[in-house]
Design a protein around this ligand. Structure first.
Ligand SMILES: [Zn+2]
Ligand SMILES: [Zn+2]
Length: 749
């Protein structure tokens, strides 16, 4: 992270002697000099440290002077147990390196693996600790004399830059057809790739944490071909453009969005797309938001320089190189095998990717960044916790899985792993679990898993030989928000989510919970009205079944004068579902918030069947008429043991307005506002009853921008303190963190 050269320069400047080295316990600095010199040396650390460095703790002690010490030097790293030095996340190419690549006279002109101490690959090329060239996939590229000189010169920008390379000694590029036959190499390969993309081709490009499937985002035929071959009908496709100006031409960007786009993590940012920008239609068919990112590897910069035309800046679709829900591809042969049916050409290189890592995705809600997916650029940076505690492993849920290990006052959440429904993803999960334990040099004292007995993550926990602690899905959501905010004590938690198994055997997902992290108290205080999910998982894939279940709950068993929107395509299935609901066969009860959104979306004819998770709710949110002021009522029903947020009544108003022929965009708005109003009223009531004014918000539905913006505002107006996610997505990616945080409370109350 450029820390030792920084120390070296500080020592030269302060005229002290001594040494610096990486040790298993951290960076060890020994300095010797007059008191004012020592003070000047130490002052450097409080004024400036390198951009990628982060001092977590700082300890000092005085030792006996060493005689005969007349230099300051950097010593070789030592490995071993108890390592405290963190591996940095991957960092986007810095401006100095971009300048090197643009310099026709320089030795790195157009070199696609240019990097320095301030930028380049880290996490994805590092096998184990300590982070040194020998433990990275650069170990097979011996440095040439010029690179070695840079590497050994403490005053050079590339001093100890582990991935340092040049065209003489470093990795090389080549382009192949889908049979793996090499067509051309190095810069010619980039130029040919640019030609192929301009001609409408689909190219698989090896990147930092995996492969991307790439095509021209302005070429409708190419985009459709990619969708067809990848079997990705409607799910949004992210695009990359050359620079911020090009991004501004395509999207309306706020200051925060621009900062995120240009930051060294370079995530995909969801921003409002402008109209008529010449992009292919259908990049993001369900919303006005477009996933946008800027180049983050030297290869991206070299490629965009070749693609650039003055009239219209290039825009490339860059989507994960995988087939449907498999993990992103890693190796050259693996890519040729798995992506051969999608891409026509492959731009490959010989620097191995050791750790898979997808692009991160963020959006901005009410001026604050919100993660949708946390991976490249952020992993393995830790999340700070309020308290020290034992090492606990959280193994995460089924979908959007991540895993989390705690160490001291930090939690290390893995990159996005994916859906643990496939063996490939499970392999990736086990790989990352071992890797995290290795780089952190820790062994967990316990493992926390979901209540669901059939998840592969649960199986993994049970077979680990470690003490196992089960934790209900939505309590884990709330523990995650509380851990990110360092909250200790009681809090109300709203979990607005898809479905998760509850401790009463029903499926939860619209819950108000009480979590007290000081006394480890868990209580379910309220829930949404329950509906049946006819066909179980089928109801998740076909939202019309949920609309049908909501109508059934209202005692409506057949359409009146207005036919239900799904009957044209699903009349036969509808009759079966009617019988299934009457007899309560294979129709688990659920209080899920996400499924309520699905039901409303289907009732309005917006989505019968989904082709990706969240699609029905995304369409419902997108059509809202923001000028509409009407609000449906969402009352509460108090039972002896629980309060019900009467979302059945909310749905009844949706249905009544739909029957009247009211516009769907106005109904959608009234529904959103009604739900927010109902939730705020519920929180106010519970806050009074429990004398607790803190409300934590989590769950996949909190990715809905209307809720993410309006719900905290409404709660704040009622005098409540609102906690939301800062470091993790509100979706199931945060579960592992909540599990691990809970495990520490159990072991170490
Ligand atoms: Zn650099
Ligand atoms: Zn070299």
């Amino acid at each position: 992270m450029g820390f030792r050269p920084f120390v070296y320069k500080a020592a030269l400047y302060a005229k002290v002697t001594g040494q610096v080295l990486n040790t298993p316990e951290g960076v060890l600095i020994e300095v010797q000099g007059a008191p004012d010199q020592l003070a000047a040396f130490e002052a450097t650390f409080s004024s400036t440290i390198p951009p990628l460095a982060r001092i977590v703790t700082w300890e000092r002690e005085t030792i006996e002077p060493k005689h005969g010490e007349d230099l300051f030097c950097i010593l070789k790293s030592t490995g071993g147990h108890g390592h405290q030095v963190l591996i940095s996340p991957d960092v986007a190419t810095c401006d100095d390196c971009i300048a090197d690549m643009r310099d026709p006279a320089g030795r790195r002109h157009r070199y696609a693996f240019t990097n320095c101490t301030n930028c380049g690959p880290r996490y994805t090329i590092t096998r184990s600790i300590p982070y040194d060239r020998a433990t990275t996939s650069m170990s097979c590229f011996p440095l040439c004399p010029d690179c070695l000189e840079e590497y050994e010169n403490p005053l050079d920008r590339r001093f100890h830059a582990q991935p340092n390379a040049c065209p003489v000694c470093g990795p090389r590029l080549w382009l192949t057809d889908k049979a793996g036959r090499t067509l051309c190499e190095n810069f010619d390969a980039v130029r040919s790739t640019a030609d192929l993309l301009r001609g409408g081709g689909l190219v698989a490009m090896k990147g930092l944490g995996g492969f991307h499937l790439v095509c021209d985002a302005r070429d409708q035929k190419a985009v459709q071909l990619l969708r067809d071959r990848k079997n990705r009908r409607d799910k949004p496709l992210a695009i990359m453009v050359r620079d911020l100006d090009a991004a501004r031409a395509l999207c309306v960007l706020s200051e925060t969005e621009e900062e995120l786009l240009c930051g060294r993590q370079r995530p995909i940012v969801l921003a409002t797309a402008r109209r008529n920008t010449g992009l292919a239609p259908g990049l993001s068919p369900d919303t006005e938001f477009l996933g946008l990112m800027l180049p983050y590897t030297p290869l991206h910069h070299v490629l965009f320089a070749e693609l650039h035309r003055d009239d219209m800046p290039a825009a490339l679709v860059m989507t994960s190189g995988n087939a449907s829900s498999d993990p992103i591809c890693l190796g050259n042969r693996e890519a040729l095998r798995r992506l051969g049916g999608i891409a026509d050409h492959f731009l490959l290189h010989d620097r191995d990717i050791l750790i898979r890592c997808d692009d991160s995705v963020l959006r901005v809600a009410d001026g604050q960044p919100m993660f949708m997916r946390r991976a490249r650029g952020y992993t393995p940076a830790p999340i700070d916790l309020a308290q020290d505690g034992p090492v606990v492993l959280g193994v995460g849920p089924l979908l959007k899985n991540t895993l989390c290990l705690t160490k001291g006052r930090q939690a290390f959440v893995s990159q996005h792993i994916g859906d643990l429904e496939h063996l490939e993803a499970y392999g990736f999960f086990r790989e990352i679990c071992a890797h995290l334990q290795d780089i952190l040099q820790v062994e967990p004292a316990a493992v926390v898993h979901d209540l669901h007995p059939d998840f592969l993550s649960t199986t993994f926990a049970r077979e680990s030989g470690l003490p196992c602690l089960p934790l209900q899905h939505h309590f884990a959501h709330i523990h995650a928000v509380l851990a990110e905010n360092g909250h200790i004590g009681p809090a109300l938690g709203l979990a607005l989510d898809g479905v998760g198994l509850g401790d009463d055997g029903t499926l939860w997902g619209g819950e108000a919970l009480l979590v007290n992290t000081a006394q480890l108290e868990h209580r379910r205080l309220a829930r949404f009205s329950q509906i049946m999910l006819p066909g179980g998982d089928a109801a998740t894939r076909e939202p019309w079944r949920l609309a049908r279940a909501c109508l059934h709950a209202l005692g409506i068993h057949a359409p009146g004068e207005k036919s239900w929107p799904w009957l044209s395509d699903h009349a036969a299935a509808d009759r079966v579902v009617g019988q299934v609901l009457d007899r309560r066969i294979n129709s688990p009860l659920s209080s899920s918030c996400g499924r309520l959104f699905d039901a409303v979306s289907a009732m309005l004819g917006l989505c019968d069947e989904i082709s990706y998770e969240g699609q029905a709710a995304i369409r419902l949110e997108a059509i809202q008429d923001k000028n509409e002021k009407g609000v449906y009522s969402c009352p509460m029903i108090e039972y002896e043991d629980i309060i019900e947020l009467d979302t059945r009544t909310l749905f009844a108003q949706v249905h009544a307005d739909w029957l009247k022929g009211e516009e769907a965009d106005r109904i959608s708005r009234r529904f959103h506002l009604g739900l927010i109003d109902g939730l705020a009223g519920l929180c106010e009531l519970l806050a009074g009853k429990r004398s607790c004014s803190t409300v934590a918000l989590s769950g996949g539905v909190m990715q809905n921008l209307t809720l993410a913006t309006e719900l905290p505002r409404t709660l704040t107006k009622k005098g409540l303190t609102v906690l939301t996610h800062r470091d993790m997505p509100p979706n199931d990616a945060c579960i592992s963190l909540g599990q691990a945080a809970y495990g520490r409370l159990v072991l170490h109350p």
